[in-house]
Design a protein around this ligand. Structure first.
Ligand SMILES: NC(=O)c1ccc[n+]([C@@H]2O[C@H](COP(=O)([O-])OP(=O)(O)OC[C@H]3O[C@@H](n4cnc5c(N)ncnc54)[C@H](O)[C@@H]3O)[C@@H](O)[C@H]2O)c1
Length: 256
């Protein structure tokens, strides 16, 4: 197999949570460009339908399902739906996430729970459901979207719950990777730095950009396309000896 062929995903089926917007949308389209059929999971149906049409136009199958990754029942249902319609699931991309900027003393218990349940319990439930359908095939690639915030403390904003959830997600990735390697399931994560999506580029948040850029050696925010090559690497046979790795893509932020 030629080197570029090892990145192809023809005949594979993939699922992307948070696939209607931002990084998840770019991941879903990249997977389809590499040849995979892609199921899109998210909270709102309209953006999912829009991405679904883009994937159709690339000649791959798409499925969009509105669901909440915090709900075990819904996670099990959408995972089983993919397998019942397409016969198997090869690639799980657990990308859905939320972030609030709140000083720790002001974080309500409900806000803490919302962040941890979405960013940490969600990927756990998704990965568990994915492994159940991947183990019988002795094959699977699971990629979690973590964050550089799992390694560093961002400034000037305060986001203790987010940082904690992403640190947990990196270690969840290590745990699952070592446990499921014997089943042919490869679990890794991608940890983006600041990427220009709704999460990092609203007018309110843009006021912090000068500080963020000062701390980023390349002196720019990342674009979603800065992450997609890594996603396809981790989703494909090109990474068949990569297990439990957290791939940081941050324009050098954590190098300083
Ligand atoms: N943008 C950045 O700078 C940045 C940096 C590091 C990590 N990340 C991570 O990347 C991932 C994608 O974020 P983004 O920047 O594309 O922002 P985004 O807000 O565009 O995407 C988040 C997606 O998750 C979905 N989602 C949220 N809660 C959900 C739930 N309970 N059930 C189902 N879907 C849910 C949303 O509908 C949305 O589509 C997140 O996990 C985020 O933490 C983003």
């Amino acid at each position: 197999m030629g080197i570029l062929d090892s990145f192809r995903l023809d005949g594979k089926t993939a699922l992307v949570t948070g696939g209607g917007t931002g990084i998840g949308k770019a991941f879903a389209i990249a997977l389809a460009e590499a040849g995979a059929d892609v199921a899109l999971i998210g909270r709102r149906s309209e953006p999912l339908e829009e991405v679904s049409k883009l994937i159709d136009s690339l000649g791959c199958k798409a499925m969009s399902i509105s669901a909440d990754v915090k709900s075990k029942t819904q996670v099990d249902d959408f995972t089983n739906q993919v397998v019942s319609e397409w016969g198997k699931l090869d690639i799980g991309v657990n990308n859905a996430g939320i972030c609030f900027h709140t000083p720790t003393n002001q974080i309500e218990e409900s806000e803490w729970d919302e962040v941890i349940d979405t960013n940490l319990k969600g990927p756990f439930l998704c990965a568990q459901a994915q492994a159940r359908v991947m183990i019988p095939n002795s094959y699977g690639k699971i990629i979690n979207t973590a964050s550089m915030s799992g390694r560093i403390i961002n400034r000037p904003q305060f986001q203790t719950h987010y940082n904690t959830s992403k640190a947990g997600l990196v270690h969840l990735t290590h745990s699952l990777a070592t446990e499921w390697a014997e089943h042919g399931i490869y679990v890794n994560s991608i940890s983006p730095g600041y990427i220009r999506t709704d999460m990092a580029d609203t007018p309110e948040i843009a006021k912090m950009h000068p500080v963020w850029l000062r701390d980023t050696p390349v002196n720019r925010l990342g674009e979603v396309q800065d992450l997609t090559g890594a996603l396809i690497f981790l989703a494909s046979d090109a990474s068949n000896f990569v297990i439990g790795h957290d791939l940081v893509i941050d324009g050098g932020f954590t190098a300083w």
